[in-house]
Design a protein around this ligand. Structure first.
Ligand code: AMP
Length: 389
C-alpha cells in the first residue's frame, strides 16, 4: 500500500494536490475536514458535536476524529493505499494513525509537508472564501485556525522527522511545480522498496526461463546459484577453483561457498528493485540464511511462488530437453532425472511448507504455453508490487 499524509497549514494546497495524487496513484482520499462537513450536513450526532468547534476554527476532539477515520478506512480495505488530508493534526492523532496502519498490516509511506508562510495562507484562504461557501473561510476564523496549526499541528512534524519519513516541499510555487516535486519525492520513496521473489517448483517446471523473463519485465535481478558457481569457475577465482574441484569429485557445493557469493550479489546490485531467486533456498538451512540476508535490506517484501506441473509432464519436458542443445549434465539419463525430482521432494518441499506457514505461498499452474504461464506469474508479481506500496 502507498499511504501518504499531506501536511501543511490551512490554505497550503493540500486539497488541490490531493486531486492529482489520488488519480495518479489510485489512492482512497480521506479528508477529515470533508468527512466532518458531511457529518454536519447530515446533522448526525458527531456533526452536531463538531459544529461549534469548526465554526470557531478550533480542533475537533481526537475521539471524534478516530471514529470517522476508522470507519472510513475499514470500509475500503481493497484500496491501493490512502491519502490523508488534514490528518494527523495532533501528536495523539499521529499515534492513532500508526495504530490504524498497523491494523491494516501496513504503514505510512511518507508525510509530505507543504510549506507556505502565514500571510500566504491567509490570502489564499480569503480568496477561497469568495467561492468556497465555507463559513470558516473568514479572516477571524482563519487566524484562529492558523494559531491552532502553529500550536498543535506543527509539532507533529517532529514525530515523522524522528521516523525518517517527513518530506518537506516549498508549497508557494505554482500548482504544477509543487505537483512535480511531490511526485519526484514519492517515486524516490517507492524506489527504496525491494520486491524479492523466490521461484519454487520441480526441475522442469520452467522456473529458469520464466525467472529470467520476469526479471527483465519487472526490472528485477535474476539470481540462480548454478550459473553463479559456473561464472566463478570461468573467471578462475580462488572460490572458482574450489568449486571446480568439488564438481570434479561429484560433491555438492557447501553453503559456506554459495552464501558469500549470494551476499556479494545482493550488496553490489544497488540499483535494482529486487531479486528473483531460483534454485536458492534449496534446503531449510538455506531458507534461514536467505531470511537473514534479506533482513539487511530495509523495506523489502518477499513473495514466494511455486510453479506446479504434474510429474509425468516434468519427466516428458526434461527428457525432451536432454535431446536438445540445452541439455544439462543432469538431464542425460532417466535415473539422473528421477534423482533430481526425488531430491526436490525430500529437501525443498519442506522449505516450501515452511514458507507457506510463514508468508503464504502462491501456487501457479505451470501447464500451457510459456506465455500462458508468464501471464499468470506476471499477474501475481504486479499484485505483489501493488501490495508493497
Ligand atoms: P480542513 O477542511 O482540513 O481545513 O478542516 C476544517 C476544520 O475541521 C478544521 O479547522 C477543524 O476544526 C476540523 N478538523 C479537520 N480535521 C481535523 C483533525 N484531524 N483534527 C481535529 N480537527 C479537524
Amino acid at each position: 500500500m502507498l499511504n501518504i499524509a499531506l501536511f501543511g497549514p490551512p490554505g497550503a494546497g493540500k486539497g488541490t494536490q490531493s486531486e492529482f495524487l489520488i488519480s495518479k496513484y489510485k489512492l482512497f482520499y480521506i479528508s477529515t475536514g470533508e468527512l466532518l462537513r458531511k457529518e454536519m450536513s447530515e446533522n448526525t450526532e458527531l456533526g452536531k458535536e463538531a459544529k461549534d468547534i469548526i465554526a470557531a476554527g478550533g480542533l475537533v476532539s481526537d475521539e471524534i476524529i478516530v471514529q470517522i477515520i476508522e470507519n472510513t478506512i475499514r470500509e475500503h480495505p481493497e484500496s491501493n493505499g490512502f491519502l490523508f488530508d488534514g490528518f494527523p493534526r495532533t501528536y495523539i492523532q499521529a499515534y492513532i494513525l500508526e495504530g490504524l496502519m498497523r491494523k491494516l498490516k501496513t504503514s505510512l509511506t511518507c508525510l509530505i509537508s507543504l510549506e507556505v508562510t502565514e500571510e500566504e495562507s491567509v490570502s489564499r484562504l480569503l480568496n477561497r472564501g469568495l467561492t468556497s461557501g465555507r463559513s470558516d473561510d473568514n479572516e477571524v476564523v482563519i487566524r484562529n485556525r492558523l494559531k491552532e496549526y502553529y500550536d498543535k499541528t506543527l509539532p507533529v512534524l517532529n514525530f515523522y522527522k524522528d521516523r525518517g519519513i517527513c518530506l518537506e516541499i516549498n508549497g508557494s510555487s505554482g500548482i504544477e511545480e509543487v505537483h512535480q516535486e511531490i511526485v519526484k519525492l514519492i517515486e524516490k520513496e517507492l524506489s527504496k522498496k525491494h520486491l524479492n521473489i523466490v521461484l519454487f517448483g520441480y526441475p522442469g517446471c520452467g522456473r529458469g526461463s520464466q525467472g529470467k523473463a520476469l526479471a527483465k519485465t519487472f526490472g528485477l535481478e535474476y539470481i540462480a546459484t548454478g550459473p553463479m558457481l559456473e561464472e566463478e569457475i570461468k573467471i578462475g577465482s580462488a572460490t572458482g577453483m574450489k568449486i571446480k574441484e568439488l564438481y570434479e569429485n561429484g560433491q555438492l557445493v557447501p553453503d559456506d561457498i554459495v552464501v558469500p557469493l549470494i551476499e556479494k550479489r545482493l550488496m553490489t546490485s544497488k540499483e535494482v528493485k529486487g531479486f528473483i531467486f531460483k534454485g536458492f533456498p534449496r534446503t531449510l538451512v538455506q531458507s534461514y540464511i536467505l531470511d537473514g540476508l534479506l533482513k539487511t535490506q530495509a523495506n523489502s517484501m518477499l513473495q514466494i511462488i511455486e510453479i506446479e506441473v504434474p510429474t509425468l509432464e516434468l519427466i516428458k519436458r526434461l527428457d525432451a530437453r536432454s535431446k536438445t542443445k540445452d541439455c544439462m549434465p543432469y538431464d542425460t539419463s532417466t535415473s539422473k532425472i528421477v534423482q533430481r525430482l526425488a531430491e526436490h521432494e525430500t529437501k525443498t518441499v519442506p522449505v516450501i511448507r515452511k514458507y507457506n506457514q510463514q508468508h503464504g505461498v502462491i501456487t501457479i499452474n505451470g501447464m500451457g504455453t510459456f506465455e500462458d504461464v508468464n501471464k499468470r506469474l506476471s499477474f501475481e508479481i504486479e499484485n505483489g508490487l501493488r501490495n508493497m506500496w
